[in-house]
Design a protein. Structure first.
Length: 566
């Protein structure tokens, strides 16, 4: 492997795990999260990217700012600021770059907080708390136009933490105690109680698809993060900390959550999967809100031409590898990991839609013979499918097919999900055998079988497979009759090549066979997978020396039988 491609390889491994180091205040950064921080001595509003690697400060006000909320189009932010020695809290708005700051509410000696935008961006609802003439706290929910005009109390809604659902209803928590969660129409009619715990169930936020609600609750002691369906069913606790966790906010696709906590002794924003796994701190601060639309580049907005017929409307290749969908999928950029799902009605590939480098999966579906893009999400592991098509594997994680989509990403458990292994691709046979790579252990491939219904601990495969350098990206046939992987070996074509081994009658693996010059080149050839119908092989090939241009190639799978006969 030449030095340039070696550098690309190492960079690519880091990209698998999203190490996107960036400069602070880099104008190319796509900021997704608004949050509050007192790092300057005052509580001000900042923006950061989804990994917490970069930040920019938006406000500079000594009174304190907080409770940020994005406008639906991502162009504006509403928040509160404090006045009168912090006795008055008022709602403000500003552009997403911090310009055009405007105070919207001016009532003295009230705490206006928790603003939220309506789905059309025309209204802002907020909570108001104050002591009445008898020194009793009152809790109200108000609504106004987004420019601050026509401020009205919503009758019947007593509480705090309002948040607009995609259908225009408002979810909120009741105050004073108990702090149960309700959902009601924007005018306050038809309130429906969702929680019944006689606890502080506070600050609900609905996912962008309107299906799930995240909230904080002290029903089990201190405040932790919980989720439930929007009808109140399936309530689950996600965090288990000795200190309070608060203010959850969903990612745009609903697969992740951010929240605030003092877990490590100071206020920090944490991120976790939607099922509570993989909790990690991302930045110091609190009261974080995730932008619910994806920041798109011109490539994300690209209009794909009409694609009709099998294989994304492409003419199948012959015995010499050629680009897949040139000018459509394969461009002058970085496109890798093309894979058809079982049934041949879905196609997925990975590209980088943004600067800095951020691997993103694009998914297509075929309906009435026409292929259309239907999904886009951040890649967390190379995608493969179980032979029955019910599971999408993503390195040490997976998603299960549910209804017309996919579940949240889940972990395969400690047998596969631990720090000292670096899984990029895991592939499964019809018998449930897993074969996967491990770049943290000198680039080896491991295998885990199922015996008597029990998953067996993974074992390092023998020298037939684990010879050479950069051994990775295995694909096991559904019937386990062969294994394809890539490696840089003596006698190859100059860089990583694709190799195949056939299962012998005694169950061992036969010698590694280079798949030849009809498949391999003097460039980087890797990431092979066979289409579920068994007819074609898709793989990656670097086009330039820097690997900035990497494409998906495909070739007739008859080469497999040709090599088997050797």
């Amino acid at each position: 492997m030449n030095s340039i491609n070696r550098t690309f390889w190492l960079f690519f491994l880091l990209a698998v795990h999203f190490v996107n180091a960036q400069r602070v205040d880099d104008s190319s950064v796509k900021y997704d999260i608004a949050y509050s921080s007192n790092e300057s001595g005052n509580w001000d509003i900042y923006l950061t990217d989804a990994e917490g690697k970069s930040k920019t400060k938006l406000t500079n006000y000594a009174g304190g700012n907080g409770y940020s909320a994005w406008s639906p189009d991502g162009k504006g932010i509403t928040f509160y600021a404090k006045y009168d020695d912090r006795k008055t809290w008022s709602i403000h708005s500003m552009n997403a770059d911090g310009s055009n700051r405007k105070r919207l509410t001016h009532v003295q000696n009230v705490w206006d907080n928790s603003p939220t935008w309506s789905p059309d961006g025309n209204k802002i609802a907020f909570a108001r708390a104050y002591k009445d003439s008898t020194a009793v706290w009152q809790y109200e929910i108000w609504i106004m136009n987004s420019d601050g005009t026509d401020q009205q109390q919503i009758p019947g809604l007593e509480g705090g933490g309002p948040y607009f659902a995609p259908d225009g209803r408002i979810v909120f928590h009741l105050e004073p105690d108990p702090g149960e969660i309700y959902i009601a129409n924007m005018d306050g009619t038809n309130p429906i109680q969702l929680t019944h715990n006689n606890a502080e169930d506070w600050h609900p936020e609905i996912s962008a698809d309107g299906k799930r609600i995240a909230f904080m609750s002290n029903r089990d002691g201190n405040h932790e993060i919980y989720v439930m369906n929007t009808d109140g069913s399936d309530q689950k606790r996600l965090t288990f900390n000795e200190v309070d966790d608060w203010y959850p906010s969903w990612s745009p696709d609903g697969s992740e959550l951010i929240f605030s906590s003092n877990t490590d002794g100071e206020r920090q924003v944490y991120k976790m999967n939607g099922n509570g796994s993989s909790i990690q701190p991302i930045i110091k601060g609190s009261q974080a809100a995730w932008l619910k639309i994806k920041q798109q580049s011109s490539k994300s907005q690209f209009n794909f031409p009409l694609l009709e017929g099998p294989y994304m409307g492409q003419k199948p290749p012959g015995i010499v590898a050629e680009p897949f969908a040139p000018g459509i999928i394969c461009t002058d950029g970085w496109e890798v990991e093309g894979v058809f799902a079982p049934g041949m009605k879905e196609f997925y590939y990975t590209t980088s839609l943004e600067e800095p480098f951020r691997p993103t999966v694009i998914g297509f579906r075929q309906h009435d013979n026409v292929w259309k893009k239907y999904i886009e999400f951040t890649r967390k592991g190379e995608i493969t499918f179980s032979p029955d098509g019910k599971r999408m594997h993503m390195a040490e994680g997976y998603k299960d097919r549910i209804a017309d989509g996919w579940s949240e990403r889940k972990s395969l458990g400690p047998m596969f999900d631990h720090e000292d292994w670096g899984i990029m691709r895991l592939t499964a046979s019809a018998k449930g055998t897993y074969v996967f790579d491990d770049y943290k252990s000198n680039d080896v491939i491991r295998i885990s079988t199922v015996k008597d219904g029990k998953r067996q601990p993974p074992k390092k495969m023998g020298p037939v497979v684990n010879t050479g350098e950069f051994t990775a990206h295995p694909f096991i046939a559904p019937d386990e009759s062969y294994l394809i992987w890539d490696s840089e070996r003596e006698g190859g074509f100059g860089d990583s090549d694709l190799y195949i081994s056939f299962r012998e009658k005694d169950g061992t693996w036969g010698p590694a066979i280079n798949m030849g010059d009809k498949v391999n080149s003097n460039k980087w050839d890797a990431y092979a997978s066979v289409t579920p119908d068994g007819k074609y092989i898709l793989f990656n090939r670097s086009i330039d020396e820097e690997s900035d241009n990497t494409d998906i190639y495909w070739v007739d799978a008859k080469i497999i039988e040709t090599l088997r006969a050797q």
